[in-house]
Design a protein around this ligand. Structure first.
Ligand SMILES: Nc1ncnc2c1ncn2[C@@H]1O[C@H](COP(=O)(O)OP(=O)(O)O)[C@@H](O)[C@H]1O
Ligand SMILES: N[C@@H](CCOP(=O)(O)O)C(=O)O
Length: 291
């Protein structure tokens, strides 16, 4: 038997749509795998009632198939599905690392990124790697078509998860297919600023670099209360606020000493819009841990 703790992740960070991602130190899924003649899956934990146990429909089934590693797979969900916190990616990355060890496949974490992305294709229709890369490699990751670059960074974050669900598949439908050059230039500037901020572990630059006008405006309309939550977080000291992944979680960057205040302000902001929410006081962190 092998066990992996696989962290939540936040993709996009505003200016890096489908490119940027960070591993978070909480919440996380715990994946246990045991050799078997065919793959079976048990799911418990947060939101498990919404997650299929059929290997054809659960992301870990596709990962077991890709590694030719049939197993009994127990998933204890800490990352709520449809949260914008890489829930499906946590399971896919955790299963890839655990099954690789169980069957002695010898793949590196970098080589496991496309394997875990096979799982992502089951739920979103596309094998995007911007969540599985940080879940496996940790830190801040920059994913391009054929390479992933990682940077260790120490940035305090708050991820505020409201009691509403937005599926990644639905949120991809509202992404505009065209953009004005002025907005593209603005986004490139933000993405570069954010990257420098991560390299320097500078919360001011990371926060400013989250600003983006291409995808976030359309996506934020799917999140009841987004505008109020964003303003409340900024008033409480956040250096930048954006939609986490495809939403509905909202991500704020801040100084460590402001994290509690920012978290409380974001919960209150959602409450003002009649939405219950919980906030994770977190930070950019390591990738999955194999026990
Ligand atoms: N192991 C898994 N963990 C979480 N969700 C899963 C898993 N396997 C399949 N799913 C499905 O994936 C969808 C959630 O994925 P996604 O929308 O990408 O959420 P998130 O935004 O949190 O990553 C749900 O429909 C869920 O049923
Ligand atoms: N780049 C993807 C990221 C989806 O992240 P998730 O945590 O919401 O699954 C997108 O923005 O669609």
């Amino acid at each position: 038997m092998r066990t992996v703790r696989a962290p939540a992740t936040s993709a996009n960070l505003g200016s890096g749509f489908d490119v940027f991602g960070v591993a978070l130190d909480r919440p996380a899924d715990v994946i246990r795998v045991e050799r078997a003649s065919r793959t079976t899956i048990d799911v418990t934990g947060v939101g498990s009632q919404y997650i299929p146990e059929d290997p054809e429909k659960n992301v870990v089934g596709a990962v077991a198939e890709a590694l030719d590693a049939p197993a009994h797979i127990e998933i204890d969900k800490g990352v709520r599905p449809s949260s914008g916190l890489g829930s499906s990616a946590a399971s896919a990355a955790g299963a890839a690392l655990a099954l690789n060890a169980l069957y002695g496949r010898g793949l590196s974490r970098t080589e496991l990124v496309p394997v875990a992305a096979e799982g992502e294709a089951v739920v979103s229709g596309e094998a995007h790697v911007d969540n599985v890369a940080p879940a496996l490699l940790g830190g801040f990751t920059v994913a391009r078509e054929d390479e992933v670059t990682t940077v260790e960074a120490d940035i305090a974050l708050v991820a505020c998860l409201p009691e509403i669900a937005v599926s990644t598949r639905d949120a991809r439908r509202v992404v505009p297919s065209h953009a004005d050059m002025e907005d593209v230039v603005h986004t490139v500037g933000s993405a570069a600023t954010l990257t420098v901020g991560m390299c320097r572990s500078d919360p001011e630059l990371v926060g400013r670099g989250m600003d983006e006008r291409l995808v976030t405006p359309a996506r934020s309309e799917l999140i009841t209360g987004y505008g109020g939550v964003r303003s409340a977080a900024l008033d409480a000291g956040a250096t930048g606020v954006t939609v986490s992944g495809a939403g509905p979680s909202v991500l704020a960057a801040c100084y460590p000493d402001d994290r509690r205040r920012v978290a409380a302000a974001m919960i209150d902001g959602f409450e003002d819009a009649g939405v219950e929410a919980r906030a994770y006081q977190t930070r950019v962190s390591d990738g999955a841990t194999l026990f």
